[in-house]
Design a protein around this ligand. Structure first.
Ligand code: SF4
Length: 361
């Protein structure tokens, strides 16, 4: 990603901030909105392309600002159609995003941090530790780069964005909110709120604030129906135990009249018994929701194993009999380490690096 520390990266600015920025350069507010629309148009990389701005103002912009973009990507395609993109950041760190095409949608799973501090024991990203938060620009540039790649390669346009890549999005709250603002702004990337999902391991105060300040969907990584098992899998449960977490989910729903998506990774012998399913049904009784069941993906040398298909189906049946909407989510991109809990910025091969305009298909 190109970067000049003396200049302002306009990709870090929301519309409101961009308006303030152009005003600081002596320009009227509408110029900020005009520039935003240019920045997020495919193929715009240079201020000279912004043809309805005065030449002198374009020169001032070029002197003081820039528009970052990912110039390198490594791409791996899964047999099942998922495509993993690894992007090298200006400081050399690697983040990943995964495009998951389906019949009726094309979802991009984006990262919000490099690594993750939450330490969930079944997650490879968690085992790599925390490096740093992504800037707003680094979040939206994942979407811009994959959008442009999809256009160049005749792929269907992106329809949905899920914050389920590397990192805990609510731990990078301010930049997440700014990125959501750019993703949903009509002059920006123009996604509808209902097509954006933020997934959290359960940072309760930020969940409440997200509900107050946005209208996006919420997914909660639950993975256990009692505090003892959940704490053993997810250290965050010590700080925000299940009663607090479920209450925050209930309140989020009431504000937005939306169903929460609960993610439940099935781990053989840990959380996959009939009793676990019944306890889960009891726990979620007060929260209109959908439940996604996932079989654990191999994460490094982690000790967890996936239950048999029969066990997964039985777990689903028990929940369905209790009146829940339950999906068994087939993991996508497992063969290229792009499935849930597998993103760790590993396997970056410099020889495959290329520019975005010539990413191999
Ligand atoms: Fe972080 Fe999510 Fe992995 Fe937990 S599951 S360590 S919150 S990336």
């Amino acid at each position: 990603m190109n970067e000049d520390s003396t200049k302002t990266d306009l990709k870090n600015l929301t519309q409101e901030q961009l308006v303030q920025y152009v005003e600081s350069l002596g320009q009227p507010a509408f110029r900020g909105r005009q520039i935003l629309a240019w920045i997020y148009r495919p193929g715009i990389t240079d201020f000279t392309q912004m043809t309805d701005l005065a030449k002198e103002f374009r020169a001032i912009l070029a002197k003081n600002a820039f528009m970052s973009r990912f110039q390198e990507a490594m791409i791996e395609r899964s047999r099942d159609g998922a495509v993993k993109f690894a992007f090298r950041l200006a400081d050399g760190l690697i983040i990943e995003a995964v495009m998951i095409p389906e019949e009726d949608r094309n979802t991009l799973c984006v990262s919000s941090q490099v690594g993750c501090a939450m330490g969930c024991t079944f997650c490879l990203t968690g085992t790599m530790g925390f490096r740093r938060n992504l800037r707003t620009a680094e979040i939206v540039n994942q979407v811009c780069a994959v959008r442009d790649w999809a256009i160049e390669h005749g792929q269907p346009p992106l329809t949905n964005i899920v914050f389920m890549g590397m990192g805990e999005p609510l731990a990078n709250f301010d930049n997440l909110l700014d990125a959501i603002s750019l993703l949903t702004e009509q002059r920006g990337l123009d996604f509808s709120n209902r097509r954006i999902t933020v997934s959290t391991c359960g940072l309760v105060p930020q969940m409440r604030e997200l509900g107050d300040r946005t209208d996006v969907n919420l997914a909660v990584s639950l993975h256990a129906a009692n505090d003892a098992v959940r704490t053993s899998l997810m250290p965050i449960n010590k700080r925000y135990p299940l009663t607090e977490l479920i209450e925050a989910c209930r309140t989020y729903r009431q504000k937005r009249r939306k169903r929460i998506m609960f993610e439940y990774t099935l781990l053989e012998g840990v959380n996959d018994t009939d009793a676990d399913a019944l306890q889960l049904a009891e726990l979620l009784r007060a929260v209109p929701c959908k439940i996604n069941l996932l079989a654990v993906n191999p994460a490094g040398d982690a000790a967890f194993r996936s239950p048999s298909s029969a066990r997964i189906l039985q777990f689903q049946k028990i929940l369905r009999d209790q009146g829940y909407t339950v999906f068994i989510r087939t993991s996508r991109g497992e063969d290229i380490s792009a499935a849930c809990g597998q993103l760790a910025g590993q396997g970056w091969h410099p020889q495959k690096v290329t520019t975005n305009t010539a990413i191999p298909s």
